[in-house]
Design a protein around this ligand. Structure first.
Ligand code: G4P
Length: 292
């Protein structure tokens, strides 16, 4: 699947981050809890290697709690890394992030050695929301227009805690097709950058095997979990379309509209709390991608 990115901005961002990282104590990497592996930017690993890293699995309120636990365990087993799950708009858990930074860099703090933290994440992951919550007012503008480079900002959360917003935009680099589909399904990339029907079909193929009960509860097709998993995607899309009135002329189902309904339902949490990848699945995709 081809997705259009903004490589010009990436180059400048890379330089600016490399400069900034030299003076940073902890890096906060924000990930989408529904697709932690795919929403990471591999560039960050290169640029920040050696720095203690806090992985924030954001939008945990939309993600499958069992899979979030798997991802937290996966990241917490890595050296110099801690991971927490958050809903960026909720104040008390967001504050736990400050404690986690002090645990990662215990010698920082106080007026002489303030904590310096760089926060980064791909667009739409919830960075502005989190910064606003931590600040307690509207410090960062949410819903920035895609592709517009923001200027770097230092935000004082306390006298001894400085948060540096990423200079510029950080886009995901898509190593494997599965990551592209998951990013598109989550809404992380603009609508005109991918084929919506293709993305919807990939999503349905995943949900029918991983979350058949949630699919049945939403679409009421009268299918057992086994039947969901075994039924052809086209048949499912047709049945969903018929049920939901996504019809074209002559009583036929508008297959594109029906498939897109499922994406919209997924994003709006109408199907339930879903995580599109486990650490084990993601590792398998990466391995297959490298071999290809
Ligand atoms: P960014 O700075 O990383 O680009 O992301 P931003 O904070 O603008 O958040 C992108 C969208 O994700 C926003 O929704 C925001 O409300 C939502 N969001 C952020 N964190 C969470 C979270 O933990 N849980 C949930 N459920 N949603 C979250 P939007 O529809 O674009 O705007 P809005 O009208 O909701 O503000």
């Amino acid at each position: 699947m081809s997705i259009q990115w903004f490589p010009g901005h990436m180059h400048l961002t890379r330089q600016a981050i490399a400069e900034r990282v030299k003076e940073i104590d902890v890096v906060i990497e924000m990930l989408d809890a529904r697709l932690p592996g795919s929403s990471a930017n591999p560039l960050m690993q290169q640029l920040t290697s050696g720095r203690p890293t806090l992985k924030v699995l954001n939008k945990q309120d939309m993600a499958d709690p069992a899979r979030t636990a798997l991802w937290l365990a996966h990241y917490n087993a890595q050296p110099d890394t801690r991971a927490i799950a958050l809903d960026a708009s909720v104040t008390a858990p967001a504050r736990a992030l400050i404690d986690a930074c002090f645990e990662l860099a215990p010698r920082r703090g106080g007026m002489v050695k303030p904590m310096r933290v760089l926060i980064c994440g791909i667009p739409n992951v919830g960075k502005s929301t989190l910064i606003n919550t931590l600040k307690g007012k509207r410090a960062a503008k949410t819903g920035d227009e895609a592709g517009v480079t923001r200027t770097e900002a230092r935000i004082a959360l306390a006298d001894d805690f400085y948060l540096y917003d990423t200079p510029g935009m950080l886009w995901p680099r898509i190593f494997v097709p599965e990551s592209g589909y998951n990013l598109a399904a989550s809404g992380a990339v603009g609508k005109n950058a991918y084929d919506e029907e293709e993305v919807a079909y990939e999503l349905i193929a995943k949900l029918k095997t991983d979350y058949p009960q949630l699919m049945e509860a939403r679409y009421q097709l009268g299918l057992s979990p086994e039947a969901w998993a075994q039924t052809h995607d086209d048949e499912l899309v047709e049945a969903i379309g018929r049920k939901r009135g996504a019809l074209a002329g002559g009583g036929r189902v508008n297959m594109q509209k029906a498939a897109e309904l499922v994406i919209a339902d997924f994003r709006a949490l109408h199907i339930g709390r879903i995580t599109l990848e486990t650490p084990e699945q993601f590792a398998r995709w990466l391995k297959a991608g490298k071999q290809a």
